[in-house]
Design a protein around this ligand. Sequence first.
Ligand code: MOS
Length: 734
Amino acid sequence: MQTYIGTPTSRIDGRAKVTGQAKYAGEFNVSGLAYGEVVASTIPRGRIVSIDASEALRVAGVLHVLTHENRPRMADKDTAYKDDVAPEKGSPFRPLFDARIHFSGQPIALVLAEEWEIARFAATLVRVEYQREAHVTDLSAQRPHAFIVEKPEKPRGNAAKALAAAAVRHEAEYFIPIEHHNPMELYAATATWDGGGKITVYDKTQGVQNVQRYLCGIFAMTPDDLKVVSPYVGGAFGSGLRPQYESVLAVLAARALERSVRLVLTRQQMYGLGHRPASIERLAIGASEDGILEAMTHEAIAETSQYEDFSRNDTGWSGLLYKCANTRYVHKLARLDLPTPCDMRAPGAATGVYALECAMDELAVALKVDPLELRLRSYSARDQHQDVPYTSKKLRECYREGAQAFGWDKRNPEPRSMRDGSELVGWGMATGVWEALQMKFVARIVLTANGHAEVSCATSDIGTGTYTIMAQVTADMLGLPLENVTVKLGDSTLPLAPVEGGSWTAASIANAIVKTSDKVREALWRAAKAMPNSPLAAAKLDDVRLMDGRIVDKTETGRGVSIADAMRHGGLDRVACESDPGFKADTSHARNTHSAIFAEVKIDEQLGIIRVTRVVNAVAAGRILNTKTARSQIMGGVVWGIGMALHEETLVDHTFGRIMNANIAEYHVPVNADVHDIEVIFVDEPDEIINPLGIKGVGEIGIVGTAAAIANAIYHATGKRVRDLPITLDELSA
Ligand code: MOS
């Protein structure tokens, strides 16, 4: 039945991407395009006193300079600016709305010209006078003013008392700096002026319908008049979950000029978007002599902006992952004059679990227990918060298979005990955990009598492989060859989809396709039964399946009729079905993915240069739909984990309140030379509860725990514990 599901199927959009046929938001060409260039604020807080665009306007080819003073009308109310992913509390940012400056890098004017180069040049001629106000961009400076945000995880027992009574304790603070997503594709929007006031926005986004609702709210337009299209996305990692300001500016400009407009941000301007918030994570863990966890407290202090309260679950993983009777969590936010932080791959977990898993390693050292053994001693088979079973949880198998592939049993626990020539060798491990969420998606399938199916949904493919898994599931459910399936996505006019995020897309869209396929099968079954002398005359709906272009009896697959014949007899030239969006919310089980990561580092003792020479990441994430694209997801997460551990750090000059390394020359990300051997293992995790195909999703789990495994390996190699990321050679040799 399943020819494609579970196989390493190559991306069906791969050829379009490598040949340049795949068009991205800034590449859609229409005639009469005008080009926009953003002018960004150079101060972090205050007001614009005046903007003098006269010099810019004198440049030949400049059409207009839009500012808060001359822009077309935009909504006044906050609610118009709330998108699906906006924080509950706060007032979303509005580009070119008024004179207020909220952060350095804020868009404050848009120069429009006949050519992009002209716009870029003219943008340098716009003179801005500001009235500055005192700002703060330093998390530690704002720490005393941090306020508590409520989180759903409830404390258990009495953590303070149990901690005080524990035989062995570890308490420390870990720091994760601001990180930026840095997707390859720059944020861009092409707004085409379609006539009669209608606009199509080709936008870089993780959710076309989210952007459509948002723009319609801001510009008082209807979905019929404004559609959003985003067929390909060159990486986003969470930065495109909320609509970004380029979409608003492109529509503003198109309305102002009554003309099509393209706007592409520069790499530097990308640092004026959201980011992973810097956070201080304070862990305190207490254990008995024999290494059983008795108390755990996790306090996170993260930054947010002055205008919105952004936070994710940093602390709740601690009490979820291990069995521990006494737990307490505190999440605090400190306001800074920076843009509102946003989701970045495994938001909350990437940071919170980094701290937890380093703290567990430190506790293991204090207890003189093997770090893997320590985790097994407090293994939790049930969700500790809700006290319910998991739909499936093969974390034990992740530990076992990962340790075996890595050779963990050959580890000498003594720091600085392992060497390779002039290099110190360190082995570290960590656990990873993420959610296995499912959302409301609708899939439409149109099957034509020639045996071709088109499956569509407004979801995105941010590079994860959504096109491909949609085709695989459709092909298997309808019994068609993969090449007979066409996939349409990334268009707001297609059936319902939320943003592509949270690792929920694969499971959710696969469910929707299964449901839609059942309807297609039913239509074909009716047609097949009605045929004269039908071999399926007595067959019930549950008795039939679709395979090899036929509708057949499940138990006797030789008995059946061709789909083409059934459709012809039934007078159907096409069967078109849509799934209903509903699904039962079920709180009787917890849904998570898990992983065990083992890392080897080699460190030059004289120079302190760190190389991550091996990583084994063993993942339990239900049934893997596509072992090739899923492996890519985990590898990408591991590479980012290497970056998080060793390289990535957005540096703010607190005097100016401005990011100093807003480019990928000075904001370091791992390059090929930094990435060595990565082994991805998918442990067998059958799951008959979570959904019909047993799918969980793998977009984010690969990063969770990876930086901790590397940090723990660095300690093991050197005997030096660096808790603040990134771990650079100067810190190591300090
Ligand atoms: Mo992901 S951070 O939900 O795109």
